[in-house]
Design a protein around this ligand. Structure first.
Ligand code: ZN
Length: 340
C-alpha cells in the first residue's frame, strides 16, 4: 500500500525565483469554519541555483527569539541578496505560537515530540509529517530556533546534536562554529527520538538548534545571537552573498564549548509544592550539591524536601515557574569540553 500523502497544501511555489510570503494550509474543518484551513506562515526566497536552508522557529509557540529574528529576516532579505533558496517558517506550530504556548491548543500536540508525524493523526502530527516529507528533504540545513519557553530559563546557546553519521556531524559542527555563539553545545544525549533532529538526520540534513532565552519573554541577547549567527551561517553556506546590509556584530574570539552527556545532568522535583532553587542560573555546581527545596505552603509544618545535583557542571537551564509537580525538571547541567 502506498504511503498516505500529506493533506497540507500551499500556493507558494518552492521552485520559483523571487520572494513569496504566503502560507501552508492545513485543512481544519470545525463548526465555525466548515472548509477552513490553519494558515501556517511560509516564506520562500529564491535566486537561481544554490543550497537551500530551512529557517524555522515557533516549533514551540512560547519560544520567541527565533520568531522575532525570522520575521526580521523575511522583511530584510531580497532575492538579489542570495544564491539558492531560503524556506522560512517563523511559526511552525502556528496554533501554539498564536496561543503563546508550548503545545497546540487544538490537540495538545508538542511539535517537537511529534516526528515523523502522520497525515491521518491530529493537526500537530500533520505539521510534523509535512515538514518531514515535503519541506525538510528540500534543505541542506535546518535551523530550528528554540528557547526555554514559559517553564524554563536558559543561558543562551547554539547547539548541534550528534547523529552517528560522521560526515553529517562534521558538517554540523562546522556550521555551529561559524554561527559564533559564545556558548556552543553538543547534545550527545537527547531523551526522545521524536524530536525534529531525528527527522533532519534521517533526511541527511544538518540540524542546527539552540536555546536562546526563556521564561516566555523575548531575550534581546538571544534575538541578537540568533540574528547574527543565522546571517553568519547563511553567508558561510554561500546563500547570503554579503553580510554588510545586516549590521551584525563580530563573532566571539573565545567560545565556551559544552556538552550534555546523560540523564544524570537533569534534576527533577521530588514532590509537588513550591520549588526554591538553591543556586542561580549560570552557576557552577558540584555533584551532590543542593539544587533546591520543595516547600509545602499548604502544610507549613512539613520539612521542605531537598533535590540534589547528580553531577557537576554549569547550571545552563533552570525552571522558571515556582510551583512544581513531582517529576518536573527543575534544572539541567552542561559540562565543559574541548572544541570538537
Ligand atoms: Zn523548544
Amino acid at each position: 500500500m502506498a504511503a498516505e500523502k500529506s493533506h497540507l497544501w500551499t500556493e507558494v511555489d518552492y521552485d520559483a525565483d523571487g520572494k513569496q510570503v504566503g502560507y501552508i494550509h492545513l485543512p481544519h474543518s470545525v463548526t465555525r469554519s466548515a472548509y477552513g484551513t490553519l494558515a501556517i506562515p511560509l516564506t520562500v526566497i529564491k535566486n537561481g541555483k544554490g543550497p537551500t536552508a530551512l529557517l524555522m522557529a515557533g516549533n514551540h509557540g512560547d519560544e520567541y527569539e527565533g520568531q522575532v529574528t525570522l520575521c526580521k529576516l523575511i522583511r530584510e532579505i531580497e532575492p538579489k541578496d542570495i544564491r539558492g533558496r531560503l524556506i522560512i517558517m517563523p511559526a511552525a506550530n502556528m496554533p501554539a505560537a498564536m496561543a503563546g504556548a508550548r503545545v497546540s491548543p487544538i490537540d495538545d500536540g508538542n511539535l517537537n515530540r511529534a516526528f515523523p508525524g502522520s497525515p491521518s493523526m491530529s493537526v500537530t502530527y500533520q505539521i510534523a509529517h509535512y515538514l518531514d516529507t515535503v519541506v525538510v528533504p528540500k534543505a541542506e540545513v535546518w535551523f530550528d530556533l528554540h528557547s526555554g519557553g514559559g517553564s524554563l530559563a536558559y543561558v543562551p546557546f547554539a547547539s548541534v546534536s550528534t547523529s552517528g553519521n560522521k560526515k553529517l556531524d562534521q558538517r554540523s559542527l562546522e556550521l555551529l562554529r561559524v554561527f559564533g555563539s559564545p556558548v556552543s553545545l553538543v547534545w550527545t544525549y537527547l531523551p526522545d527520538s521524536r524530536l525534529a533532529h531525528s527527522s533532519a538526520h534521517r533526511n541527511n540534513v544538518i540540524y542546527l538548534g539552540g536555546e536562546f532565552g526563556g521564561g516566555a519573554s523575548v531575550n534581546p541577547d538571544g534575538c541578537k545571537l540568533t540574528y547574527d549567527g543565522t546571517v553568519r551561517a547563511l553567508a558561510h553556506m554561500g546563500i547570503l552573498k554579503d553580510t554588510k546590509k545586516f549590521k551584525i556584530g563580530k563573532a566571539p574570539e573565545k567560545v565556551r564549548w559544552m556538552e550534555l552527556l546523560g540523564q544524570s545532568y537533569y534534576v527533577y522535583a521530588p514532590d509537588h509544592g513550591l520549588f526554591e532553587p538553591a543556586v542561580k542560573l549560570g552557576s557552577m555546581v558540584k555533584k551532590g550539591q543542593l539544587a533546591g527545596l520543595t516547600h509545602f505552603v499548604d502544610n507549613p509544618g512539613r520539612e521542605p524536601v531537598p533535590a540534589y545535583f547528580k553531577d557537576s557542571g554549569l547550571v545552563i537551564c533552570q525552571r522558571h515557574y515556582g510551583r512544581v509537580e513531582r517529576g518536573d525538571c527543575v534544572a539541567h547541567l552542561a559540562t565543559d569540553r574541548s572544541e570538537p
